[in-house]
Design a protein around this ligand. Sequence first.
Ligand SMILES: [Ca+2]
Length: 336
Amino acid sequence: MVFPRKDYQTLREKIKGIRMQGTTRQITLAACVIAFGFVGYYLLSITRAAPVTFSSEAETGTLSANATQVSDSQASGGSAVKFTAGTSSEPKCADLTNLVFCDDFDGAANTAPDSSKWHILSGSSWGGQCFKNLPENISQDGQGNLKMTLINKSTTQCTDSDGYPSSVTSGGMDTQNKQYFKYGKFEIRAKLACAQSVWGAIWTSVGTGPAWPEGGEIDIWETFNNDGRIKNSIHAGNPHWQIGKYIPAANPAYCNDYHVYGIIWRNGSIKCTLDGVVRNEITSAEANGRPWPFDTYDQRLIIDLQYGGPGRPNAGAYDVTELPDSMLIDYVHIFQ
Ligand SMILES: [Ca+2]
């Protein structure tokens, strides 16, 4: 087996989209049996390839951290697995199966993300700053990341959706009119911005269904860096109702390194994952009879970098002297 890193997280990363291949044990068996002449059967055995979705062990985080312990029973295809190291320590779209949407952001520096996948946000934000479709605010970095940057322009750039003027510009994008999703496993590897007034979000909102909030919203990851926690939440119904759950702040803060933020969205259940481990679950049972749109309507994916401002959620920490600050998105992988 070949592992770029033998840590628990990487193991789960690799499990989720592997192609089943001949195993070391099978090859050993085959080598023995070949000596006895049963060549054909075991050649067939070791070249058998079967696609795998994601194993329940990878989902629940019970996979062994020791790579050598990935055994037959832990791979849903009935065979042990061989991991193939790519050019990166992280999985790439080309290495994965069961994808419905994928972007590794491998474009040249200062180029826009793939316009067949992404619609760039522009103008007033939901709160606190102005989205601009400019390379300085949103572009690929030439090193495998999509980079969104908060910049203080010192003069008013727009007023946000609640009428507050802002001098801060930033980037955001969604899959509106590109692709919509219902159910699946979403994984977005990102390095957050650490500025105190950052309001970053990886989330979904109304796709082809009725308007917000009736059409629903899933916050895969949302953070107000005042407290360093990660918020997982859903919004639904008309009148609006919501459930919000938190992943506690960590030391070092999440914004200091890349992490994989995700959901496993199934009928009646949205599990929220951090680095492949389920940390929160929100279920239709918790709706207590209120509308649960997530088994009815599809959603668009949205990734954006916002900034608190006067009157905004992070007003208390508002300090534009901490800008510019950037958020990096390594990849978006969505499986079904
Ligand atoms: Ca990448």
